[in-house]
Design a protein around this ligand. Structure first.
Ligand SMILES: *Cc1c(COP(=O)(O)O)cnc(C)c1O
Length: 265
């Protein structure tokens, strides 16, 4: 994204299935080359959840650096303490753990991020967060351009439902589903990421027995279920089971029983 916007950037990657660890971030920031870092919280392609709170402790040692987190597939499924963890911009969208249609991005924005953004000369137009922030500060409920109001109504409805469930209950539900799927995965296959970094919103499972994931998915679809094939180069090498949003443990159990039935496990 930075490259597409003509922003000078360096990309640091880890091997697929491994986590970004605080030591790596410290090494990169200690070069003094950077004024912003962005890290993905939950790697939806590999099922890795990066230790953002620990990374945040490292980033705090570099007060000139703006800390951005992509929390698209984790927000609303796991707790994210943006202020405690020192996250300046935390971004998510409606179509993952918020269980809404795609089309709206949501972010938190710190004073530090606002001040840093003001120094940027060309911020684009529709996604100029400074302009958006200044409009919102006026509290007259005007936006610089027409937002997707239908998404906002849907989000308002969903947030009420989330508060009704209770945040702690919601996070516990996600953890419970994740633990169940991980135990199931270890019984019949293997986890793709190291368990200590395994995501609580989706599980990536190594296809250790050489099943046809595409065929399994076709047969699941006939029963009204769907899982995801491995992403990119992991196609057929792994498969992913989502357990986020409005899914419940009984639904997850039902899905797994159907997979067992189809595969004759
Ligand atoms: C889904 C997802 C996105 C955004 O996907 P879009 O299809 O571009 O909306 C970004 N980051 C992560 C980690 C995701 O899971």
């Amino acid at each position: 994204m930075a490259v597409a916007n003509n922003v000078p950037v360096d990309l640091y990657e880890v091997n697929w299935g491994e986590a970004t660890i605080p030591e790596q971030v410290d090494e990169v920031l200690s070069t003094g080359k950077y004024d912003l870092i962005t890290v993905t919280h939950n790697e939806t392609s590999t099922g890795v959840m990066n230790p953002i709170s620990e990374i945040g402790k490292v980033v705090k040692r570099y007060p000139e650096v703006v800390f951005c987190v992509d929390a698209v597939s984790s927000a609303a499924g796991v707790k994210i303490e943006v202020d405690d963890w020192g996250i300046d911009i935390c971004i998510t969208s409606t179509q993952k753990a918020l269980a809404l249609p795609p089309g709206l991005a949501i972010c938190t924005f710190s004073q530090k991020a606002y001040e840093a953004a003001r120094e940027v000369k060309y911020r684009g137009f529709y996604l100029d967060l400074v302009r958006l922030y200044e409009y919102i500060q006026k509290k007259d409920y005007q936006y610089p351009s027409t937002p997707s109001l239908s998404h906002m109504f849907a989000l308002n409805y969903q947030l009420d439902k989330i508060f009704e469930e209770g945040l702690e209950n919601r996070f516990a539900r996600h953890e419970e589903m994740a633990k169940y799927v991980r135990a199931w995965a270890k019984k019949y296959f293997e986890l793709f990421p190291k368990e200590e970094y395994a995501s609580n919103t989706l599980t990536n499972i190594k296809n250790t027995t050489g099943i046809s994931v595409a065929d399994l998915n076709k047969r699941l679809a006939m029963r009204g279920y769907m899982i995801s094939n491995g992403y990119g180069k992991l196609k057929e090498q792994a498969f992913r089971i989502a357990h986020m949003g409005e899914m419940t443990l009984p639904q997850i159990k039902e899905l797994l029983v159907n997979i067992e039935d189809i595969l004759g496990l």
